[in-house]
Design a binder for this molecule. Structure first.
Ligand SMILES: Nc1ncnc2c1ncn2[C@@H]1O[C@H](COP(=O)(O)OP(=O)(O)OP(=O)(O)O)[C@@H](O)[C@H]1O
Ligand SMILES: [Mg+2]
Length: 228
């Protein structure tokens, strides 16, 4: 099976001199199509940093990374943006919605950037909003949504471009446990059905049975945990 993601000896140091902190130390990970990986570890251990590097939103201090067989730090900034837009769906720890766009327009922005046909994009947006129980909120602005609703909009947005790789940073943090489980189940189904790869940072142990693999980050080191 093809490696959708390959990270080799990734290190990340924040700051320089006396105040520098090494957050990731020679971290490697391979993720194949059809795999759903959970990332766990204490607060401040580098999980979000790891996910941002994986999504090419943050450069590592050293190391090599391939997405869909392409070494990404060798790409021009333009090609890297394109790759990110086409291949990766990112669900941030805070929902990062754009305040002046309605729910529907948040979703339509991404396909517009990548050139998807408007009618198809709208159909897909409505389908996703329906699956996430948000149709009645499609013309609302983020400020009038609850935290959980915002998070579900962010999830739908990450899904819009049908990305090969879904990266989710605590996607269930502001959802009740039933809704949270439904969302993670949706992720798991998508990964299996369409042979995608997903990495999800979570503090919620109840979600781990829906993942195929669990990796643990602490003190800059990433290790694979046995699934019980
Ligand atoms: N831009 C930055 N500059 C300096 N230090 C940073 C920066 N971003 C994160 N850090 C530090 O790096 C460490 C790892 O942060 P990160 O956000 O990756 O942790 P995390 O595992 O996601 O934590 P949490 O579970 O609380 O979300 C923390 O000690 C944090 O203070
Ligand atoms: Mg974090």
């Amino acid at each position: 099976m093809e490696d959708l993601l390959l990270l080799e000896q990734i290190s990340k140091v924040y700051g320089d001199g006396d105040t520098s902190v090494k957050v990731l130390d020679d971290v490697s990970l391979q993720v194949k199509a059809g795999e759903f990986v959970a990332v766990v570890g204490p607060s401040g251990s580098g999980k979000s940093t790891f996910l941002s590097i994986t999504g090419a939103l943050l450069s590592p201090t050293s190391g090599r990374m391939m997405i869909g067989g392409k070494e990404i730090h060798k790409l021009s900034p333009k090609k890297m943006n394109q790759l990110r837009l086409e291949k990766i769906g990112f669900i941030f720890q805070s929902s990062n919605l754009i305040p002046y766009l309605t729910v529907q327009d948040q979703l339509l922005l991404i396909p517009e950037l990548s050139g998807m046909h408007h009618t198809n994009a709208k159909k897909r947006a409505h389908n996703l909003l329906d699956r996430l129980g948000l149709m009645h909120r499609k013309n609302h602005y983020p400020e009038s949504l609850s935290g959980g609703e915002r998070q579900r909009v962010a999830i739908a947005r990450a899904w819009m471009n049908n990305p090969d790789i879904i990266l989710a940073d605590e996607p269930t943090a502001s959802l009740d446990s039933e809704r949270g489980r439904a969302v993670v189940q949706m992720l798991a189904d998508e990964v299996k059905l369409h042979q995608k790869a997903a990495i999800m940072v979570t503090h919620d142990k109840r979600m781990l049975d829906l993942c195929d693999r669990i990796v643990y980050i602490e003190d800059g080191i990433l290790s694979e945990k046995k699934k019980k």
